[in-house]
Design a protein around this ligand. Structure first.
Ligand code: NAG
Ligand code: NAG
Ligand code: NAG
Ligand code: NAG
Ligand code: NAG
Length: 512
């Protein structure tokens, strides 16, 4: 009896130890599983805590110094913590890098973060065999529905590596193989330079770039056309409409900028082929993500083939990230990002317009206010770009681009857009630092003009003087900078100002 008893005891003891071991091992396993994100989290937090004085950022994949990622400074800022502003640097207003939205994403860092496991979607395809996340597609439809800028019901959606990728896919899909001559790809000037550059680069037998739409307005040859319609237009922000009509005309509507940041939403676009890009919606240009909304199944299939053969779809990591970003865009009342974007652009335009209103030499596009169905307000467009025009009086033999280059502003030349050299495109979508520097230089440019008026009034006095020392009386209100006045003196007629040696060095500009 005692033996049986002790056997029972041993058995239950063993069982209990086994059970405990099992539970402990389960616990350890669970802990490990729960905590696989911890290291990634610590790394991400560490890099985001590196201070770059508000004029730069450190990134997880940036260069390392003493094992720590270094600060990558905004334009014209330097030093290990980006605290030093370089006094005379070139201000880049060329690229349309949409970093103006960065502060929004810094504020929403927690809700927009993702962790990507080492095993995340290693396959070529999603489990349904496609290259496109159905869930992301649904989010894109929701974003359009919430803004009311495009109709997606009953339409096909395809993803690409940014609008750049989709544009060529669309041109390929719409160009006619049946026709004897290549399909003519056209756009109304001023047009986005990539249309021309890309079409020429691919050098296809099926399509050729044929310049400005208006040259083909009355064409009766029955040639096939692909008209690229950009609204709001890059560079000038106008809401362009298709120009060519007829059964041989196909259209690609580039609606990259049709978001509340840049323009009032007048009505949902309902075109046969519409292209959008994440970069101008959320500012994530580097994610290389865009989408096309397509009516016609045959066109959709030809675009799918293009994507299959060029890249085999968009990176699954990108699709995961885009979905997270769109969740933030749609969260709350679904307006926060657009309000931030619109306010930022509106402020920039009001500052720029204020400075330029003092000038008779430089002007930008004028756009009419319209009712915005999204905000339920009358809004003036706040375009991504200023399409700056230099009056011919200032140009002499230079282009507007060169005039700006002289005050250390790099814009994008009008000629690239099929326009003339009186125009330059200035990007207003970059970081706040970049915009401030641009505005500072434009201020200089305009203050030269204001000085010029004062200098002109003193010219009679100066003409009578044969001395190399010019004495500007205190009554002349010369604004701020030595340099500005010198530049002006250089450009003035040499009859009025004989270029004597020492002329520029003896001007005393110690007044303020
Ligand atoms: C096309 O026709 C219209 C009206 O007939 C005319 O005003 C216009 O100048 C023509 N355009 C071209 C490019 O020939
Ligand atoms: C253009 O097409 C129409 C209708 O298909 C036809 O009547 C006309 O003759 C064609 N014109 C030319 C120049 O081929
Ligand atoms: C432009 O840059 C040069 C060289 O960096 C500098 O000497 C000049 O003062 C700058 N001009 C203006 C208008 O900022
Ligand atoms: C001149 O300088 C003052 C102070 O530095 C500044 O407030 C003002 O806006 C400047 N004026 C112009 C036209 O640049
Ligand atoms: C300036 O020089 C011219 C000749 O070079 C002379 O006739 C004139 O009197 C001079 N004017 C003054 C104010 O000295």
């Amino acid at each position: 009896m005692a033996r049986v008893h002790s056997l029972k005891y041993i058995l239950s003891f063993t069982c209990s130890i086994a059970l405990n071991l099992f539970l402990v091992s389960m616990f350890i396993r669970n802990r490990c599983q729960q905590n696989w994100t911890q290291e990634a989290m610590a790394e991400a937090e560490a890099v985001s805590s590196i201070s770059c004085s508000g004029h730069g950022k450190a990134f997880l994949d940036g260069l390392l110094l003493h094992g720590k990622p270094v600060c990558e400074c905004n334009m014209c800022y330097g030093g290990s913590d980006c605290s030093q502003l370089q006094p005379d640097c070139m201000v880049d207003a060329d690229s349309g890098d949409p970093t103006f939205l960065e502060p929004f994403w810094v504020k929403n860092a927690a809700s927009s973060a993702i962790v990507i496991a080492g095993w995340h979607r290693m396959s070529y395809e999603y489990s349904d065999g496609s290259l496109i996340s159905e869930e992301l597609k649904a989010h894109i439809r929701n974003v359009h529905a919430s803004v009311g800028n495009a109709i997606t019901d009953g339409k096909y959606i395809i993803f690409g590596a940014g609008a750049t990728h989709l544009l060529n896919a669309a041109v390929h899909a719409l160009s006619s193989k049946a026709s004897s001559s290549p399909t003519k790809v056209v756009a109304s000037t001023p047009y986005y330079p990539v249309y021309k550059e890309q079409t020429e680069f691919f050098n296809s037998e099926d399509y050729k770039f044929n310049g400005d739409t208006s040259m083909w307005n009355n064409d009766t040859s029955n040639s096939t056309f692909i008209e690229l319609v950009t609204s709001p237009n890059n560079p000038d922000g106008h809401m362009k409409k298709a120009v060519l009509q007829g059964q041989f005309v196909k259209r690609i509507h580039d609606l990259a900028y049709y978001w509340p940041h840049f323009t009032p939403i007048v009505a949902p676009a309902d075109e046969d082929l519409m292209i959008f890009t994440l970069s101008k919606l959320t500012g994530h240009a580097g994610s290389r993500f865009g989408w096309a909304i397509i009516n016609d199944e045959a066109v959709y299939k030809r675009m799918l083939t293009y994507m299959d053969l060029s890249t085999y779809g968009v990176s699954r990591e990108t699709q995961l990230r885009v979905m997270k970003l769109l969740k933030v865009v749609l969260s709350g009342n679904g307006r926060e990002m657009y309000e931030f974007g619109h306010n930022t652009m509106k402020n920039r335009w009001s500052k720029l317009s204020k400075v330029l209103s003092q000038s008779k030499r430089f002007s930008t596009q004028k756009l009419k206010p319209q009712h915005c169905s999204f905000s339920q307000q009358i809004r003036t467009p706040s375009s991504a770009f200023a399409w700056l025009k230099c009056e011919t009086s200032i140009l002499e033999d230079r282009s507007c681009y060169e005039v700006l280059k002289e005050v250390n502003i790099t814009g994008r030349e009008g000629s690239l857009f099929g326009a003339d050299n009186r125009y330059v495109r200035l990007s207003l979508v970059r970081s706040e630092d970049d915009f401030d520097l641009l505005l500072r230089q434009i201020n200089k440019l305009v203050s030269v003009e204001i000085n010029d008026k004062h200098v002109a009034t003193t010219s009679t006095i100066l003409r009578q003087s044969n001395e190399t020392t010019l004495l500007l009386t205190a009554g002349v209100n010369v604004v701020n900078r030595t340099l500005d006045l010198r530049m002006e003196l250089e450009t003035l007629n040499s009859n009025i100002f004989p270029r004597q040696n020492g002329l520029y060095t003896t001007i005393d500009l110690s007044f303020n």
